[in-house]
Ligand binder design. Structure first.
Ligand code: FAD
Length: 320
């Protein structure tokens, strides 16, 4: 049996940030992840100034490319609305790997299947034992499924369906574009340039909205590809998109049961308006670590439910 005071299931931004804080306080911690890093994660990779601040990260320290957007181009019902702001684009393949390395915590490649509570702790797959268990395994997290799904059942109306592709492309427009509500999509599509000549394009919308209009996400994707072609943003490309779903923020009854915690997508914390999940993952990871370190309650109440304030007034929010 391998013992550690804390075991974190999942090494995405929620898990690695929690690990980083615990390690700073010398709390013995292990991360189990079903994938080996660096690994791909479907995500547009847009991050706010607040994410950098919470991570204690100066842009200059980051060893990979991080593009800065001094404005976002919103397109609503065919009208372009440029919004002055300060946001960043990273590649999750690089960012998550860097975060996990920076945490200094040992990562074991292990797909968690079975967890049981025993005496004063938890046993994972009859191999790992811990006192504190942090569920950071994303939407299908086993910690959520084992201990929290009964008390926090997820409602279909908060499920967002997505399709996206990130690829090398000699793009000529280095700005970020977001198209809202095209063809009655309850969501938006995006064009997000990255460093080193990568581009990420994608689309996400509420499942219930798709059902109402009897359109599939594939129909919306085909229209996005046509739009990119018409606007000469991406020409003559045979796309091979990937899709997945995740939950945006609803009322979460419990994020801690005894010494089991859920953070990030495992708790369904992505914002209601933009589906921004990296910021809430980082913030919840920090709060869970602080609760373990100090013995104080773990609460997600102060984690914002919307992203608009951060986009429109990034300096205001991050100066809190
Ligand atoms: C298409 C799309 C675009 C998005 N764009 C943005 C964006 O631009 N900006 C933004 O802020 N948010 C965005 N999001 C949301 C964001 O990606 C997530 O909210 C964020 O990744 C949540 O981080 P996390 O650490 O909770 O989970 P994840 O990043 O999903 O990490 C979970 C980890 O757990 C591991 N794991 C899962 N199951 C197990 C298991 N059984 N055993 C061991 N390990 C396991 C996985 O391998 C993974 O490494 C987007 C989401 C999608 C789907």
């Amino acid at each position: 049996m391998i013992d550690s005071k804390v075991i974190i299931v999942g090494g995405g931004p929620a898990g690695s940030t929690c690990a980083w804080k615990l390690k700073q306080n010398n709390i013995p911690t292990l991360i189990l992840d079903k994938k080996t890093f660096p690994r791909n994660k479907i995500c547009a990779g847009w991050i706010t100034q607040k994410v950098l601040k919470d991570l204690g990260l100066e842009k200059i320290e980051y060893p990979h490319q991080m593009l800065t957007f001094s404005r976002l181009n919103y397109h609503i019902f065919g009208r372009k609305i440029p919004v002055r702001t300060c946001q960043y684009a990273i590649r999750r393949f690089e960012f998550d790997h860097w975060l996990i390395k920076r945490s200094g915590v040992h990562v074991i490649h292990h797909p968690v299947r079975h967890i049981r509570k025993e005496d004063d702790g938890f046993i994972i797959d009859n191999t790992y034992r811990c006192k504190f268990l942090v569920g950071a395994g994303g939407t299908n997290c086993r910690v959520y499924g084992t201990f929290f799904s009964g008390i926090n059942p997820r409602k279909k109306k908060y499920l967002v369906i997505t399709m996206e592709e990130e690829f090398k492309y000699d793009y000529h427009d280095p700005e970020c574009h977001l198209w809202f509500f095209d063809n009655k999509l309850k969501g938006y599509s995006w064009y997000v340039p990255k460093g080193n000549g990568y581009l990420n394009v994608g689309i996400g919308g509420k499942l219930t909205g798709l059902k109402d209009t009897e359109e599939s996400i594939y129909d919306h994707w085909d229209r996005l590809v046509q739009k990119l072609e018409d606007l000469s943003l991406v020409k003559n490309r045979m796309f091979k998109p990937k899709g997945c779903g995740y939950y945006i923020r609803e009322k979460v009854k419990a994020v801690r049961i005894g010494n089991a915690f859920i953070v990030g997508d495992a708790a369904g914390l992505a914002t209601l308006d933009m589906g921004e999940g990296i910021g809430p993952a980082v913030q919840s990871g920090i709060r869970a670590a602080e609760a373990i370190i100090s013995g104080k309650p773990y609460s997600i109440k102060s984690i914002g439910r919307y992203s608009a304030v951060d986009i429109l007034f990034p300096w205001l929010k991050t100066s809190f």
